[in-house]
Design a protein around this ligand. Structure first.
Ligand code: CO
Length: 174
């Protein structure tokens, strides 16, 4: 098992629409890959990680969130394979960040209530409705699979400041 290197903003794979996953084909390697993704995400205290963030062209993402509101609650892993939206409702504007743009936090609008369909890590196609942080995580990670980043949703008036901040931050990444 290994912690993978996280791809940073500026790498073209973050702007790629990723390829659908053939579950049967990747099934043999999936457990080890998910273990690596989980370790990588946890090492930097992330909420989620998409495949292209470790350089892989596949519609796969993982979300790690506490099972409950209790302090020190264990993390629950949700694996999204070939996810798609069924429904999106409501809107909230909140600060968001991303492991591929470390240090940058920007307010972006997101739906408050989403229903998605995806293949889970056991190969079952399931439908899940989510609100709050999980709904936000679904939208953020599914954006990655289409080559979108959270900053794309920022108010256009904020874009010059974001660009400036990114230029500064990029010097601190390697
Ligand atoms: Co991200």
């Amino acid at each position: 098992m290994a912690i993978r290197k996280i791809v940073k903003y500026g790498d073209p794979i973050l702007r790629q629409k990723l390829k659908p996953v053939d579950f049967e084909q990747i099934a043999p390697e999936l457990p080890a890959l998910l273990q690596d993704m989980e370790e990588t995400c946890q090492a930097v205290h992330g909420v989620g990680l998409a495949a292209n963030q470790i350089g892989l062209d596949m519609r796969l993402a993982l979300i790690l969130l506490p099972e409950s509101d209790q302090k020190d609650a264990p993390l629950k892993r949700i694996v999204l394979i070939n996810p798609e939206f069924v429904e999106k409702n409501g809107e909230v504007i909140e600060e968001e960040g991303c492991l591929s743009l470390p240090g940058l936090w920007v307010e972006v609008p997101r739906a408050t209530d989403v229903t998605i369909r995806f293949t889970n890590e056991h190969g079952e196609r399931v439908k899940v409705r989510a609100r709050g942080l999980l709904a936000k995580a679904f939208q953020h990670e599914m954006d990655h699979l289409d080559g979108h980043l959270f900053i794309d949703h920022a108010d256009p008036a904020l874009k010059p400041a974001i660009k400036k901040e990114l230029k500064k931050l990029r010097n601190t990444w390697n």
